[in-house]
Design a protein around this ligand. Structure first.
Ligand code: TRP
Ligand code: ZN
Ligand code: CA
Length: 448
């Protein structure tokens, strides 16, 4: 099946994912499920709440702890080494004390046990999950403070700010610290591969933070999903800080496994071994011709290898994104779900269908569901068209008519679909009921 689908929101790629997942193999083991909502949740209103300032001192205190952990464990926090598990224990204890539901997921890589830490904030819509994560492992050559204690600490302190605010977001919030990123995105890939299809479909976005305090920093925003990218760009433009699109290594961090299965992703990055240009120094200051991080993957990636201003801004930007995407309106109007694949309509034959899969929405379809139909046909009077809801209920859009000899059915119909749950496989069903003329479903779309 060739299904093209688009949606002009955060969850852009989720739609096409749902199509792919129809034939996906069930995963080997179940992933942690979202905890139940608290007994009397008060969802945030349609407009997002303002995020708190993330205290730089708190973020830096986590960096100091990660440095101490490395120093006490042979100088690193690498996969399979004791410094990694000690890092996991440190983050987990903070989250447990703050009221998160934490899950330790284990995997094996290179003969050693690896760990992902997943932390769910109780509440929010269990069918719309916003995720943010960072890799917690270092390379073996150093403590991995910019790469990636910075991202780990920024995500941790944002999670703790969620707890301090006792935030009651619209979406369910999930935070993750990945193992064995440095061995090839092993932990995040394991998580995604083991997430059941139904759980994957609930993810409205994954935000990744890998290296957010480079000592000669740039301000790079991932451009994978325009809605997420816009949230970050708006934050930095509010500070008067220019940003650029992240290009140093697309697919080189833990967002890649999510993106590869069609989940909307975004993130921030301050640069690794690439050199800062003179033009970038004009924007951001720093040293031209020098790497963003001269200590990338080296023994000097310690607590001196961090630019505080970059770490502060990026930590605040993480909180801004979680608050904006997590507490805003869950169903902005105007989302479009579309199938652009052609389907031939046999002459005077059986009905054919084209499917549009809707996921990640809350509640029922609207009372004025717009159904845009583009059917090419040489005698449209032959054609009967129905919209079929996921539960099988058919809504007649157009009857046949022996005297309508005009070409094509290019129309937008309005259907009262308010008794139908929004999520699921919607079908356009088309039948040609008279001989001679034939046609094709060119495309069709639902606007919620
Ligand atoms: N993920 C790489 C590491 O940890 C660093 C890196 C290179 C990176 N290119 C990137 C991180 C782009 C985020 C985005 O070693
Ligand atoms: Zn990294
Ligand atoms: Ca016909």
């Amino acid at each position: 099946m060739k299904l093209f689908a688009t949606r002009r929101t955060v969850a852009a790629a989720v739609i096409s994912l749902a199509g792919l997942l129809a034939t996906a193999t069930p995963p080997a083991s179940a992933a942690p499920a979202a905890p139940a909502a608290p007994s009397s949740p008060t969802a945030a209103g349609a407009s997002a709440l303002a995020a708190p300032d993330i205290p730089l001192a708190n973020v830096k205190a986590h960096l100091t702890q990660f440095q101490s952990i490395a120093t006490a464990n042979g100088g690193n926090r690498a996969h399979g080494r004791p410094g990694y598990k000690a890092s996991i224990d440190y983050v987990k204890a903070k989250l447990d004390a703050a009221g998160f539901t934490t899950t330790l997921q284990t995997f094996t890589s290179g003969g050693a046990t690896g760990y992902n830490l997943i932390a769910d904030w109780p509440g929010g819509d269990a069918n719309q999950i916003l995720m943010a994560g960072a890799h917690l492992d270092s390379v073996t050559s150093g403590a991995g403070i910019n790469d990636n204690a910075t991202g780990s600490a920024g995500v941790l302190e944002t999670a703790l700010a969620v707890s301090r605010a006792q935030l009651q977001p619209t979406k369910h919030l999930r935070f993750a610290w990945w193992g064995a990123e440095e061995l090839g995105l092993v932990g995040s890939r394991h998580y995604v591969n083991n997430l059941p299809a139904a759980e994957r479909a609930k993810l409205t976005g994954y935000l990744n933070f890998d290296m957010i305090g480079s000592p000669n920093p740039g301000y790079f925003v991932y451009d994978d999903n325009v809605a997420i990218e816009t949230v970050f760009k708006n934050y930095f433009s509010g500070l008067g800080v220019a940003t650029e699109i992240e290009t140093e290594g697309d697919g080189r961090s833990d967002h890649a496994p999510f993106k590869n299965v069609g989940i909307a992703v975004g993130g921030l990055f301050t640069g690794a071994s690439r050199a800062k240009t003179a033009a970038q120094v004009q924007k951001w200051g720093g040293t031209a011709g020098q790497a963003f991080d001269r200590c990338y993957h080296s023994s000097c990636d310690n607590t001196s290898n961090v630019n505080d201003t970059a770490l502060d801004r990026n930590s605040d930007a993480i909180a801004h994104a979680i608050w904006t995407l997590g507490t805003g309106a869950s169903n902005p109007p105007g989302d479009v779900y579309e199938n652009l694949a052609d389907v031939a309509i046999p002459d005077n034959g059986a009905a054919v269908t084209s499917t549009v899969t809707v996921s990640g929405r809350t509640g029922n379809a609207p009372a004025a569901l717009a159904v845009g139909v583009d059917i090419k046909h040489t005698w449209r009077g032959d054609v009967v068209v129905d919209l079929v809801a996921p539960d099988g209920t058919a809504y007649r859009l157009k009857n046949s008519s022996s005297n309508d000899s005009a070409d094509h059915v290019i129309e937008t119909y309005t259907v009262n679909a308010s008794s139908e749950p929004a999520n699921g496989a919607w079908k356009l069903r088309v039948q040609d009921v008279a001989a001679q003329d034939t046609g094709t479903i060119d495309s069709w779309k639902l606007t919620f």
